[in-house]
Write a protein that binds this ligand. Structure first.
Ligand SMILES: [Zn+2]
Length: 385
């Protein structure tokens, strides 16, 4: 029999725990297996939120997560009244949003079982929002199950995480990601293997690369940058190329979201609506939305630059592999000659320095450093002989 857990890749150890919890939850009371607050952590792309959503479906499904019944399907598409998935596009989740959420979930679940709230980015809770949430999690005897997702346990307030059961997801293996792309998405084996390898276990990124030619050619340009750092001029140019590519990629996807949201907002206010109250309400809502969209666009550009830097880091990682004689796990095997050449022209000490320079810059960008200037400094460092 198929199950909502089938699509989760490389997380067998977690699925076993979740199935146990679902079975125990049928008694309707809390037990060692079933508790009402969980934290899912794992590296980006490991499938934190898909795992949490699958668990939510299994909790409300009469067949413990068949994936086929009405309950499962409406939960999966966001249409189930007892399952709420909180996705944040902004930089933070504010206390007002949590208060509003708490009023919404204060009702008893409609089906009499559990009400499940999946919070995809619990690491973006502001401190006051986290404290408001904490009160709800501490409240005994409610029928609400909280599934919080975050990159690491450190990203969740200690007071909250101490009340949650913690599940750590693994980075799926390259083979596991390849298999999903081949079997689920019907992508050819060669392409699936390439995409799985260069995405290093990030399933979403792997699928995106395998199915998007412009993403692949952008990646190719990024991967050539280490070979084009012959002069200071070239280094500045390389920084500009990296930032431009990352910005264009990010803007393409945020433009798509923006249009859909504005359309939705228009529908909500009624397209031909007139009257003073309606007009002020709508224009205020549009302003709010634009503000949110702007902060999301900024974040998406930063995420995209970070992705490009991670790609760039795989070049130096491969050089290190060649230098230590471990070529079988090379990520960019299509660049083998260039990588081998690089490995023989730089000392391993220098390569390690370049690798750490990339990681350092990622940290700076995470702390809101200006992207172009930061990447220029990096490229100058990478250009150093
Ligand atoms: Zn079902």
């Amino acid at each position: 029999m198929s199950s909502v857990f089938d699509d989760l890749v490389g997380q067998e150890h977690i699925i076993e725990i979740l199935k146990g919890a679902v079975a125990a939850s049928r008694t309707g009371s809390e037990s060692q297996e079933m508790t009402h607050a969980w934290v899912f952590t794992g590296p980006p792309g490991s499938g934190r939120s898909s795992t949490a959503v699958a668990f939510a479906e299994a909790l409300i499904c009469p067949n413990q997560g068949c994936g086929a019944c009405n309950e499962c399907q409406s939960a999966a598409t966001g249409g189930h009244s007892d399952v709420e998935v909180i996705r944040t596009e902004g930089l933070s989740i504010k206390v007002e949003e949590i208060r509003e959420l708490l009023t919404r979930v204060a009702w008893a679940p409609s089906m009499g079982g559990w009400r499940v709230v999946v919070m995809e980015d619990a690491d973006r809770l502001t401190e006051s929002a986290a404290n408001a949430l904490l009160k709800a999690i501490e409240e005994p005897g409610t029928r609400t199950v909280w599934l919080l997702c975050a990159p690491t346990l450190h990203d969740v307030l200690p007071t909250i995480r101490s009340r949650c059961r913690h599940l750590q997801l693994r980075t799926p293996s390259i083979e596991a990601v390849t298999n999903v792309l081949v079997n689920r998405d019907h992508i050819g084996l060669g392409m699936a293997d390439f995409a799985a390898r260069v995405s290093q276990g990030h399933i979403g990124r792997a699928k995106y690369l395998a199915t998007n030619e412009s993403a692949r050619s952008n990646r190719k340009v990024i991967m050539q940058l280490p070979l084009q750092l012959g002069s200071l001029d070239a280094a500045f140019q390389a920084a500009q190329i990296l930032v431009d590519i990352a910005t264009t990629e990010a803007n393409t996807s945020s433009d798509e979201c923006n249009e859909k949201e504005v359309e939705k907002l228009r529908e909500a206010y009624g397209k031909g609506a007139t009257g003073r109250g309606m007009a002020t309400g709508a224009s205020k809502a549009v302003k709010e939305l634009e503000k949110e969209q702007k902060s999301r666009a900024t974040r998406m550009v930063r995420d995209s630059i970070d992705g490009a830097l991670l790609d760039l880091a795989t070049f130096y990682r491969d050089v290190m592999m060649v230098q230590s004689g471990a070529t079988e796990s090379m990520i960019n095997s299509d660049m083998r000659p260039e990588i081998e050449n690089f490995a023989s022209s730089f000392s391993s000490h220098k390569v390690v320095q370049k690798m750490s320079a990339i990681l350092e810059v990622r940290n700076h960008l995470a702390m809101n450093a200006a992207p172009l200037v930061t990447c220029e400094a990096l490229m100058c460092e990478l250009a150093r002989k």
